[in-house]
Write a protein that binds this ligand. Sequence first.
Ligand code: FAD
Length: 434
Amino acid sequence: MAEKTFKYVILGGGVSAGYAAREFAKQGVKPGELAIISKEGVAPYERPALSKAYLFPESPARLPGFHVCVGSGGERLLPEWYAEKGIALILNTEIVKADLASKTLISAAGETFNYHFLIIATGSSVIRLTDFGVQGADAKNIYYLREIDDADKLVEAIKAKKHGKVVIVGGGYIGLELSAVMKLNNLDVNMVYPEPWCMPRLFTAGIAAFYEGYYANKGIKIIKGTVAIGFTADANGEVKEVKLKDGRVLEADIVVVGVGGRPLTTLFKGQVEEEKGGIKTDSFFKTSVPHVYAVGDVATFPMKIYNEMRRVEHVDHARKSAEHAVKALFASTEGKSIEEYDYLPFFYSRSFNLSWQFYGDNVGDTVLFGDNSPTSENPKFGSYWIKDGKVVGAFLESGTPEENKAIAKVARVQPLVESLDLLAKDGLTFACKI
Ligand code: FAD
C-alpha cells in the first residue's frame, strides 16, 4: 500500500485546517512540505454557513463561495490556492489509526502517512439519538448537521417534502438556526427541547423570552420541558411521527436533531494527555507529545483571562487557535518564542433578520437592557454578566459593528460596576463609554 511522508500534516479539513494552511503559507512553508488530510470531499470551508445561508430557499450559499478564509473577511482559499502553494489536499480520506510514537497515520483505504509535525484538527461529531438507543431513531429523514454532505441531504429533503412538517429536536443555536431556515422554506416547524428556555447554557430567561416570542410570531411552535422518546415510520421506513415523553405525538416528514457534539479525540486515546474531554495543550497548542499540536474544537487550552483550562467549540477560536499554533510551531523551530494565546471567548449566531454576539464569560449576576419586545420593529437589547463587582460578559442583539466592538472591549477590560440598577439604566451606553 502507498506510503507518503510530509514534514507537516494537518489531520482534519475544517475551519482550523484552512486557517492553519493560510498561516503556513505566510510562514513560508515550501511546496511538498504540508498535507491536509480530510474525510470530507471538499477544501476547507466556513462551517457555520451550513445551518444558515446554505439552506436558504433563494440564492443559497454554495461552494466555492464560502471556502475559508472569507468568514473573517480574508481572501478565499480556493482548491487552486493549495495547488499553487504546493500544499497537498488529501480529501475523502478518513484516518482510522494514529500512532503518535511512530508518527504515522493510517487511512481507511490502508494508506500510510508519515509526518514530522502533526496538527490535530479533527473537530467534533454530532451526538446521535441512536447513541442512546432512542426507539425508531434510525428511520429515514431523520437528519443531523455537521458536514457539507449532511447539509446536501437536508437540501434534498426540503425539496422532496415541500410544505411538509419538520420537527427540530434540540434548543441550542443549531436548533434555532435550523428552525428559522426551515420556516423560510415554508415548512411547518415544531421545536422540542427539555430545558425551560432555549440556549440555556448561554441565554438568560430574559434573553430567551425575546427569541421564543419572535419565533412564535413567525409561526414556529415551541414545545419545552419534554424530549423525543421515539419515532414511528411509514411502510417506506420514512419517519412519520415523533413521540414525546409528555405523551404528545407530533407528525413529521423531516426531523433534524441538534443535541450537541463530541470532540473527535478517539484516535489518540491513551497516547496523549486529555483534560475536560479534549486534548490538553499549553498556550501554544502543543500537546503532551512532542511535535504534536491540537487546535479548534478538540483542544483544551489555558484560557489566560480566566486562569482556567477550557475547550471552546466556536468558529472564532478555531481560526485563531490554528493561526497561533502554526506561528508557535515556526517560532519554536527557529528557537524563538511568541506570546501566549490570550483568548477572549466570542460566539455569534444569526437567524431571520436577527444577529447576536456574545463576548466573555456568562457567570455571576445578570442585567438585561434595551428593547427586547419580540414584536418591536427594531429590537435591540443585551445583557451583562457581573462577577465580583466587574462586568465579565456581554451579549448584544442587532448591534452595529461599533457597538459589538464596544461590548467586546467591556468583556476584555472587565470594568467595575457601582450598581446593577445604574448599569441596567445605562445599558449599551455603559459599554460605549469604556
Ligand atoms: P471542523 O471545522 O469540524 O473540522 C474538522 C474536520 O476534520 C472535518 O473536515 C472532518 O471531516 C475532519 N475529520 C475528523 N476526523 C477525521 C478523521 N479521522 N480523518 C480525516 N478527517 C477527519 N460557531 C460559531 O461560533 N458560530 C456559528 O454560527 C456556528 N455555526 C455552526 C453551524 C454548524 C452547522 C456547525 C456544525 C458548527 C457551527 N459552529 C459555529 C461551530 C464551528 O463551526 C466549529 O467550532 C468549527 O468548525 C471548529 O473547527 P475545527 O477545525 O476544530 O473542526
